[in-house]
Write a protein that binds this ligand. Structure first.
Ligand code: G3P
Length: 217
């Protein structure tokens, strides 16, 4: 399973990248706004900076909702850097645009996916990634991880090549459960990635080893 970080914060992107296990980055307009990135040029420059930090796929989201505008915006985003993946919402014109991008060699990430039916459409349109938002599904008292399993089963039976990118991750446990359920990628906030490191027995064991090492120093 590939590890992406879900943020537009450059410090956090650098910190995750320095771990050596980062495969890419996902962003969205809300994450950009959170970092105070305002205006078209600033947003485009920010994507470029992220691509220069991380050697992997970087999702950049369109904010257009009509076919022609999505295509024009996506072409500009894709031109920023070869690693840009154009993130397109799961709407009718989005599906149409993703098929256009697929036919024209531009890779896409289908976002705002909440059902297996939507994931089938994304695969049919040739999306490189499909992004089910598992945390938001859990928020509604449904089972986000169960959706990952269902999509993984469908894609396997049907031979779809689209990669399942589990998004809206809220915890380290989500990452483990998504790996178990067959996600190809998990995009997570930095604290959920770093949370994977933690186990009290590791801390206790290390303290003992270091203490005993002093005895033989
Ligand atoms: O990748 C999508 C993600 O950013 C949404 O996460 O926490 O806003 O549901 P969240």
């Amino acid at each position: 399973m590939k590890f992406f970080i879900d943020t537009a914060n450059l410090g956090q992107i650098k910190e995750a990248n320095e771990l050596g296990i980062l495969d890419g980055v996902t962003t969205n307009p809300s994450l950009m706004a959170k970092e105070g990135i305002k205006g078209h040029d600033a947003v485009m420059n920010h994507y470029k900076t992220i691509c220069e930090i991380v050697n992997g796929d970087v999702s950049a989201e369109v904010i257009s909702t009509e076919f022609k505008a999505i295509v024009e915006e996506g072409k500009k985003l894709a031109a920023i850097h070869p690693n840009i993946i154009v993130k397109v919402p799961m709407i009718k014109d989005g599906v149409k645009a993703m098929k256009w991008f697929t036919d024209n060699g531009i890779k896409t990430n289908c976002t705002l996916v909440f059902s297996a039916g939507q994931a089938i459409l994304a695969a049919k349109a040739g999306a490189k990634y499909v992004s089910p938002f598992i945390g938001r599904i859990d928020d509604g008292n449904w089972d986000g991880v169960e959706l990952i399993s269902q999509i993984a089963q469908i894609y396997s039976i049907q031979g779809f090549k689209t990669e399942i990118l589990a998004a809206s991750i809220r915890s380290s446990l989500h990452i483990v459960k998504c790996a178990e359920a067959g996600a190809d990628v998990c995009t997570s906030p930095l604290d959920s990635i770093l949370g994977l490191l933690k186990h009290p027995l590791t801390d206790i064991g290390l303290a003992k080893f270091l203490e005993d090492a002093k005895k033989s120093a």
